[in-house]
Design a protein around this ligand. Structure first.
Ligand code: ADP
Ligand code: MG
Length: 746
């Protein structure tokens, strides 16, 4: 697949843009669990109270709080608060916010920075904890022993004592000893835990101030919820755009691949067609390219996204709670093991599937194109069995792959759910031990799942990539094929004026992979104005010989020269421009008669077309068609008879008005009378051209200036009809076997 890497080049900007957007998507998605944690911790558990620094405190309460602060801390705290009394200028505005102000003075928080809050938070947080603890104990003596940990023992005080007043009376050194002890008690508690524990007290204080605490909580949850909604929207939009960009890039790459494969195949000589079967070439341009296209979309969308999500998830999870990293490690370990197993089971099958698809295409194609033969021989059952075999093979292999893959989803779900369970189990213990907040546990769970999910995406890639790699290799094989027949690096031109002499000089030829030569040491010259006929039994090498002239194959030894120039020295385009070639199997394209004729020369004048059909004896049959030149021709020319097809094929070559004509057994489907008339017209109208006529009919060659007799790839006779009748045994045998028919014809 690396071999096709250059196809990504035109789409690099699209791909880079996708990656940038994936980052945006990843960041948005990675911050969601944090916010969920905040909603649980702050929004639900702390009633929307974010820190231990309240926006307002009754003076009475503040006096209690400051009892548990060092002098320096006291000053720091009080410097951020303004005491509002009934005589203060802002009394009215603050009264609206804090109805309790009517009865007593209130400390109101000045506008402070986040840094200030961070500084005040631990100081106030601890003070809140102690004060609320004592208040609770006073209200409910049964809770008094809870305070033991804080260094108080209320039971020692006489009942009814105002503890706070008593504490206020404490001598300075005793107070500082108490503070030191308190700080030690709180050392084990993390700041968020302190804040969380203090939140209840602050909420109570807010209630005492007359603030609507429910509205406070709701506004917090709605605010965070709104942010989450926004982030989801960003992530969703990014995902959609990435999908769009990825599809565009992949579709573009697929288009370029198909175009290049098509162009490459167009340069193939028969040699390459013998290597790649036609059905395999079709699968490669369609199915294989589609595979790559699908993969490219996935690659962009998943392979780039998974690391962002995975690595980001691990970082975020350990930030949330570092002590549970091993749970993620266990999850990943289990996933890797699972993927390794499935991978080793399914991978070899993917390669087999692609080959089987090729086979299925081959069988289908053969069956459809040979439908008439199949029917004529009543071999439908045989063909059905043949098809069923390939079809079954493909189904079985597909099924076994699917069975393995089907296992994957439940196994992965099992791992994911096991992981969740483990996190809840371990997390619950930590929550109970007050070393973790519930919201953090939930966030950790989400991060762990994101990491696992990222890994799952990657694992799908592991399965998709080898499969597409097979396709990629098959396409690259086509694209990288060295075409055996290619133009010389410095092409020559044919001399002007052009003399259409075709010379075979010691030509031998062997089909690629064949055991022996199909043509041996051929020497002859075909001259302009003359007909050179090539006659011989089937399989003697006649088609092979003429196929060498347009360079459908290159000679193995010797050389073919046209006007003294080796045909390998000129460009294939120049060479073929000189040739009018009529293949043994007339091949028409879907369209009209006219479009088929104009295939030789788009701009041919109407007279040229008329003359061509005149010579090819096609005029009469075209005239019988109501639509004449505009008559539709079906695919492959299947709606005209074999003889008509041949005559159209000959007309097409004649429209080209080439200096050299090659007819490969092109008159075989014509009746003798038409054959004779055609040859006469041909002789008359193409008197300047070199005619090379392959045939098995003696009548066709009798008038030829030169007859070449081929037998098993060798020239066994060369000369005119009369000369050969006298000198060549093979020719005489052929001639005598046809003599009777000839007399009738001439
Ligand atoms: P003719 O046209 O005289 O009937 P051909 O030139 O088609 O004969 O074939 C000559 C010989 O070359 C035959 O023995 C045939 O089996 C062999 N042959 C033809 N085409 C191929 C090919 N593509 N690959 C290998 N051998 C071939
Ligand atoms: Mg032939």
């Amino acid at each position: 697949m690396i071999r096709l890497a250059k196809y990504t080049k035109p789409f690099l900007t699209l791909i880079l843009l996708s990656i940038v957007l994936l980052f945006v998507q990843g960041m948005a998605e990675l911050s969601l669990p944090d916010y969920i944690g905040q909603i649980v911790n702050t929004g639900i558990q702390q009633g929307g109270i974010e820190n231990a620094v309240p926006e307002a405190v009754r003076q009475r309460e503040m006096d209690r709080l400051t009892l548990f602060m060092s002098t320096a801390d006291q000053q720091q705290v009080l410097s951020k608060y303004t005491l509002v009394t009934s005589s203060s200028p802002e009394y009215q505005t603050q009264l609206a916010k804090y109805p309790a102000l009517a009865g007593e003075p209130v400390y109101v928080l000045q506008s402070v920075t986040q840094a200030d809050i961070d500084q005040l938070n631990p100081i106030l947080g601890r003070a809140w904890l102690v004060v609320s603890g004592i208040e609770r104990a006073v209200a409910d003596p049964s809770q008094a022993q809870n305070l033991g940990g804080m260094g108080f023992d209320l039971s020692k005080l006489p009942p009814g004592t105002d503890i706070f007043a008593a504490l206020q009376q404490l001598p300075a050194e005793q107070r500082s000893a108490m503070l030191t002890e308190l700080n030690q008690q709180f050392a084990a508690m993390s700041e968020p835990m302190i804040v969380q524990s203090a939140a209840g007290a602050i909420r109570a204080e807010y209630a005492a101030l007359g603030i609507d605490t429910r509205a406070l909580q709701n506004s917090y949850i709605f605010r965070i919820g709104g942010i989450m909604l926004g982030l989801s929207l960003i992530s969703g939009i990014s995902a959609i755009i990435v999908g769009l960009l990825a599809s565009q890039a992949a579709a573009g790459m697929a288009r370029n691949l198909r175009r290049d494969v098509f162009r490459k195949v167009a340069t193939f000589s028969n040699h390459e067609f013998d290597t790649f079967s036609v059905s395999s070439l079709i699968t490669r341009t369609t199915n294989d390219v589609t595979q790559l296209q699908t993969l490219s979309v996935m690659l962009i969308r998943m392979v780039c996204y998974a690391p962002i999500l995975g690595i980001g998830g691990i970082i975020k999870a350990t930030q949330t709670n570092a002590s549970m990293w091993w749970i993620i490690a266990i999850g990943l370990g289990a996933l890797i093991a699972l993927i390794a197993v499935i991978f080793s089971l399914a991978l070899p099958k993917f390669k087999i599937i692609q080959t089987l698809v090729d086979r299925l295409n081959l069988v289908t194609r053969e069956h459809l194109s040979g439908m008439m033969v199949v029917r004529a021989f009543n071999t439908q059952p045989f063909e059905e069995r043949r098809f069923d075999r390939v079809n079954d093979d493909l189904t079985q292999t597909n099924l076994s792959v699917t069975r393995t893959m089907v296992l994957m989803m439940p196994a992965m779900m099992l791992i994911m759910n096991g992981l969740t369970l483990l996190i809840v189990w371990v997390g619950a213990h930590q929550v109970a031990a007050a070393t973790m907040q519930v919201g953090d546990m939930i966030a950790f769970m989400q991060y762990a799942l994101q990491v696992v999910f990222a890994f799952m995406m990657l694992s799908f890639m592991f399965i998709m990539v080898p499969r597409a790699a097979v396709s990629g290799d098959r396409i690259a094989d086509v694209l990288e094929t060295e075409v055996v027949i290619h133009d010389a690096s410095a092409t020559q031109q044919f001399p002007e004026p052009f003399d259409a002499t075709v010379e075979f000089r010691d030509v031998s030829f062997r089909y690629p992979g064949a055991e022996e030569d199909a043509l041996h040491d051929l020497n002859f010259t075909a001259r302009p104005g003359q007909t050179t006929a090539i006659i011989g039994s089937t399989g003697s090498g006649k088609s092979t010989l003429v196929n060498l002239i347009p360079r459908f194959y290159d000679v193995t030894a010797g050389a073919i020269l046209i006007d003294g120039v080796d045909i390998r020295a000129v460009s294939q385009h120049d060479l073929r421009a000189k040739l009018g070639y009529v293949p043994q199997r007339a091949n028409l394209f879907s369209g009209t008669i006219e479009s088929n004729l104009r295939y030789a020369d788009e701009a041919a004048a109407p007279e040229v077309l008329n003359q061509a059909i005149e010579i090819a004896q096609a005029r009469d049959f075209i005239a019988t068609k109501p639509e004449g030149f505009a008559t539709e021709i079906a695919q492959g020319g299947s709606n005209v008879s074999g003889g008509q097809r041949q005559r159209l094929s000959i007309s097409r070559a004649l429209v080209k008005q080439a200096p050299i004509y090659i007819f490969d057994d092109s008159f075989s489907a014509l009746d003798f009378k038409t054959d004779a008339a055609l040859r006469r017209a041909l002789k008359q109208h193409t008197s300047q051209s070199t005619l090379i006529v392959v045939t098995q009919r003696v009548s066709t060659v009798m008038q030829a200036e030169q007859i070449i007799v081929l037998d098993q790839g060798k020239i066994v006779g060369k000369g005119t009809h009369q000369e050969l009748m006298n000198s060549c045994e093979v020719y005489r045998e052929i001639a005598l076997s046809q003599l009777g028919i000839e007399e009738v014809a001439s």
